[in-house]
Design a protein around this ligand. Structure first.
Ligand SMILES: [Fe+2]
Ligand SMILES: [Fe+2]
Length: 190
């Protein structure tokens, strides 16, 4: 179950539906970054025991990346430059330094990114049904996996320090709620 305290803005959906080719390119980069992020988490001492679980997530994200690339190819959309997400960089800016604190904050940020993807893919699967059935099916097929990543990252943070994770999650849920309200006209998922 997702814990978010704020809904994404109502203008997000028409923006995405009106810019599907650009959003798909952004989505490809999102999956690419999700794969590299899973591998980057393996640098933390507290996550050495999770290296195989993190590899499994990285492999899944790489498969998602590949699926989006195939979709781009079928639709004749060139793979191009990514947009930076103000929401993601806003979350990542508040990751603290220091092994344990950094690992917990980084995991929580990853968890929220996965959670927002899960939430938005679910909405897209439903909304695209009548407009673009192929894409609706594609997004529907990703919901469970991104939801599992959301839960896995949160569980990994709790396994390091449950009380500290809950305290930081409270902070990050407020930050997410504040950042998600900020207007972002760019054709991107987050
Ligand atoms: Fe993914
Ligand atoms: Fe994911």
């Amino acid at each position: 179950m997702l814990l978010f305290r704020e809904k994404f803005p109502i203008d997000w959906l028409p923006k995405v539906l009106g810019n599907l080719p650009a959003v798909l390119v952004d989505h490809a980069h999102l999956e690419r970054k999700a794969a590299t992020t899973a591998l980057n988490l393996e640098k933390y001492r507290d996550l050495y025991a999770q290296v195989e679980a993190l590899n499994a997530i990285a492999i899944e994200e790489l498969q998602h990346f590949q699926l989006v690339l195939e979709l781009l190819k079928r639709r004749g959309i060139p793979f191009s430059q990514p947009y930076p997400s103000p929401w993601i960089s806003g979350l990542m800016k508040s990751v603290r330094n220091g092994q344990r604190h950094q690992a917990i904050d980084h995991l929580i940020c990853c968890s929220l990114i996965e959670g927002r993807s899960c939430e938005k893919f679910q909405v897209l699967a439903k909304e695209l049904e009548s407009i673009d059935p192929e894409l609706a099916k594609f997004y529907g097929g990703l919901v469970e996996s991104e939801g599992n990543h959301y839960a896995s990252y949160l569980l990994m943070a709790r396994a390091i320090d449950g009380a500290e994770t809950d305290r930081r999650l409270d902070f990050y849920l407020d930050l997410d709620a504040e950042l998600i309200r900020r207007p972002n006209p760019l054709p991107m998922l987050h």
